[in-house]
Write a protein that binds this ligand. Sequence first.
Ligand SMILES: [Zn+2]
Length: 259
Amino acid sequence: MTAVSRPLAVRQGLVVLYVTAWSREREVSRADLLLDAGGLRYRTEHTEDRDQRGGLWERWRGGYGDGDPLWRAVNSERQRIAMEHLRCQVCGGRASHTGKGVLFLEGGRMTAAAARLEEGTVAQPPLCLPCAPVARRQCPHLRRHCIALRAKKYPVWGVLGAVYAARHPRGPRPTDQLVLEHEVPVAYGTSALRYVLASQLLRELRRVTVVDLDAELRAAGLHATATGRPGPGSRPGAQPDAVSAPPSSAGPAGGRLSG
Ligand SMILES: [Zn+2]
């Protein structure tokens, strides 16, 4: 994973998150996908197609900046990179990590959400501190109620993906008619994983502490502007409209539901 020198794109006054999909990026898994008694596989598999836990991932073509942002769609390749390597979902840089753990944002009111934070699974990758206000302002599920939390333990749990029927009545090539359900959470180590085409990586959060994001921003000399973006000087070399430079994509993956 290497850094890219260009800043993140801004469209319609909004920062385009590192994990957001673009209109000219394409999920191209189906062309080479096979379904047989062993489960799902590609006719020719490359190392990046399958993770070390056995999960088979969507293949994507294109890259960040190709076309127009699809605000509510996630590029699974970049979601997988961000979640696997604990990179910021907004800028792709290193996520904030303090003595209380790694920073995540969750939607929901405190009273309802607090009970499910511990040992809950998350698809939204973590954040760096300067980018946290961007996500809080832009992501629909965070806009109304946002809980900042830090987790000391965050084991990889499983994937979100399309579950295929464990049968192949018309030859080995799976069609969309054989997809039983989309966006299903499936844990690593389960037999169901063989029939899943993964689109997002899930982590489980443990030893969770709810934190005061604004207090952390102030303590770090950062401030959220009225628009919720990090203020000028929030990070060396970063402008409010150029939050940071994303790392380049490493390998195909796939996904949905941004921010
Ligand atoms: Zn960031």
